[in-house]
Write a protein that binds this ligand. Structure first.
Ligand code: SAM
Length: 222
């Protein structure tokens, strides 16, 4: 994603009550204190412009959604989209919150067993071998997910990048903790895994260029 600094981003994010500025404060209390319910918490890491998460939040009012994005300039786009939704519908989406942070710190923001599901969509590929630990499907990141996910929690990963997908399949295959429960190399033609699929911005772009979309679901080994 091409990034440019947008000076007004920080001000707009500050004004939005759905952007959580000091997320560490809510560690261990997200559902009760932020959403004021006891519904499950699902998050998308690297949510980009937020279409996927907003669609899920509209569809599933009894799930709390948290979008994590590293850059204010990108999160700004999601907040603008949410503001348009609020204006058009004259009501907010009560079950969505955004955090601007690097996902490598998630264990400082969420407690053990606090998250039920993590979505990774079109994650940055970090193609150089020396950057492999930055990939969101690397063993280092799964060790972080391990600290916050409930025992039967899952990680759902979609991408058009075959090298990143192969890396992810291989490293999960070698993991003692995590395994792959479902996998497809052509999601949009997979009659089972494509049911209820919600496309992200990147998914629309790359599938319109005829790139097959790969998807896997990872769960803890029994
Ligand atoms: N998920 C969106 C989609 O599918 O349209 C956006 C995909 S975009 C290629 C990847 C996004 O992940 C970027 O916005 C990037 O800033 C964000 N990202 C990458 N690494 C991250 C990290 N460690 N923590 C938080 N966000 C991250």
């Amino acid at each position: 994603m091409r990034l440019r600094n947008i000076p007004r981003a920080e001000g707009v994010l500050k004004e939005c009550s759905q952007v959580i500025e000091t997320p560490e404060e809510f560690r261990g209390h997200w559902a009760s204190d932020v959403f004021q319910n006891d519904y499950p918490v699902h998050m998308e890491i690297g949510m980009g412009k937020g279409r996927f998460l907003m669609a899920l939040a509209q569809k599933n009012p009894q799930i709390n959604y948290i979008g994590i994005e590293r850059y204010t300039s990108v999160l700004l786009r999601a907040v603008e989209k949410l503001n348009i939704y609020i204006e058009e519908n004259e009501s907010t989406l009560p079950n969505i919150r955004f955090i601007c942070m690097d996902a490598q710190d998630i264990a400082n923001v969420f407690a053990e067993n606090e998250v039920d599901r993590i979505y990774l969509n079109f994650s940055d590929p970090w193609p150089k071998a020396r950057h492999a630990r930055r990939r969101l499907t690397s063993p280092d990141f799964f060790a972080r997910y391990d600290k916050v996910l409930v025992q039967d929690g899952q990680v759902e990963f979609k991408t058009d990048n075959r090298d990143l997908f192969d890396f992810s399949v291989e490293s999960l295959g070698e993991s003692e903790t995590w395994g792959i429960s479902e996998c497809t190399y052509d999601l949009h033609h997979d009659e089972i895994m494509n049911v209820g699929n919600i496309m992200t911005e990147y998914e629309e772009k790359f599938s319109s260029m005829d790139h097959p979309i790969c998807k896997l679901i990872a769960k803890r080994r029994c």
